[in-house]
Design a protein around this ligand. Structure first.
Ligand code: SF4
Length: 274
C-alpha cells in the first residue's frame, strides 16, 4: 500500500489498524462509510453521540472566549448536557497552565509519513508543564491501563513532544513535562492523568514506526481473528460478522467525526485520504 502524499496517520487510523487491518482498509483505503448499525439501540446511541458532539462544541466555544452564561442558555432542552457543562465549569480547567490552545492540530513525520494529532486543549507553561486535555462523555470510566495503551494517548503525547516547540517558547518540550489528562464529565469530572517520559516516548516511537511500516508494506488486510471486535464495528455487513452488539456493553468515548456523519472515537482530519 502506498499512501498518497497528502495522507496523514492519526490516532484514529492507527487505532483502527491495531484493532483490525480490514477495518483500516475499508475506512481509509476503500473509503466505505456506515453500512451497518454499530449497536442495537440506534436511536439512543445517536442521541448519546450528538450530546457528546454538542458538549465538545460548547467547550470549544468557551475556550475561544464565548461567555459561559451565554452558552448555558442553550442547554435548557437537555438536563444531561447541562450537568456535563456544570461539571466542566467546576473541574474541567482546574490546576491547568494558563497558556491555552484549543482545537489545535500538530503534525510531525515518522517513517517518512505524516502523523497528526488534533487536541481538545493544550495547556502549557514554557519551561513548566505541558498538559494535553481531552474531555470524555462516555458513561463508563476505562481502566488506567486501557487509557495508557490507547492509541490516542500514544499519538497525542508523541506528537506534542516532537512538534510542540513553537508553543513552548521555541524549546522542544521534554517528555517529562508532558502529561495527558482525560476528563470524564459524565463521571463527575474524574480525571485520569498520564505522565510521559523519554523511555516511554522511545517505546511509543518504536511502536508507531513499526505500525506505519507494516501498513506501508501490507499487500493484504486480513479480518481480525478476534470476533468480539466486530460487535460494534460498522463494517460487519462487509465481513459477514453477525449482529450489532448491545449498547449496555459498549464503552464509548463520546467523540464524533468532524464532518460527514457520526462515528465513534474518530477524530480524523477531514482532508485525510488516500
Ligand atoms: S467487522 Fe470485524 S473483521 Fe470486519 S472490519 Fe470490522 S472488526 Fe474488522
Amino acid at each position: 500500500m502506498n499512501p498518497d502524499a497528502d495522507f496523514a496517520f492519526t490516532q484514529g487510523s492507527l487505532g483502527d489498524y491495531a484493532e483490525c487491518a480490514r477495518r483500516f482498509e475499508l475506512r481509509y483505503i476503500k473509503r466505505l462509510r456506515y453500512p451497518a448499525l454499530e449497536v442495537n439501540q440506534a436511536l439512543e446511541y445517536e442521541m448519546r453521540l450528538r450530546r457528546g458532539d454538542r458538549f465538545h462544541k460548547l467547550v470549544q466555544q468557551h475556550l475561544l472566549g464565548v461567555p459561559a452564561e451565554l452558552l448555558a442558555r442553550s442547554l435548557a432542552d437537555d438536563a444531561d448536557l447541562a450537568g456535563w457543562w456544570e461539571t466542566y465549569l467546576r473541574h474541567g480547567l482546574a490546576d491547568l497552565p494558563t497558556e491555552r490552545q484549543a482545537e489545535i492540530t500538530l503534525q510531525t513525520t515518522l517513517g517518512g509519513q505524516r502523523l497528526l494529532a488534533k487536541y481538545d486543549l493544550l495547556a502549557l507553561e514554557p519551561g513548566g508543564a505541558a498538559v494535553i486535555v481531552d474531555w470524555k462523555t462516555g458513561e463508563r470510566l476505562p481502566s488506567r491501563a486501557h487509557l495508557q495503551g490507547r492509541m490516542q494517548t500514544v499519538v497525542y503525547r508523541y506528537v506534542l513532544a516532537r512538534a510542540g516547540a513553537h508553543l513552548y517558547g521555541g524549546e522542544t518540550i521534554p517528555p517529562e513535562r508532558i502529561r495527558m489528562d482525560y476528563v470524564y464529565v459524565a463521571q463527575g469530572g474524574q480525571r485520569v492523568s498520564l505522565e510521559y517520559s523519554a523511555a516511554r516516548m522511545a517505546e511509543d516511537e518504536a511502536r508507531l514506526r513499526e505500525m506505519i511500516g507494516a501498513i506501508g508494506e501490507a499487500e493484504a488486510f486480513p479480518l481480525t481473528e478476534d470476533e468480539r471486535r466486530c460487535r460494534f464495528c460498522t463494517y460487519r455487513a462487509f465481513c459477514g460478522r453477525g449482529a450489532a452488539g448491545d449498547l449496555s456493553e459498549f464503552v464509548e468515548d463520546g467523540e464524533v467525526e468532524e464532518e460527514g456523519g457520526i462515528e465513534l472515537d474518530f477524530e480524523q482530519i477531514a482532508e485525510i485520504e488516500f
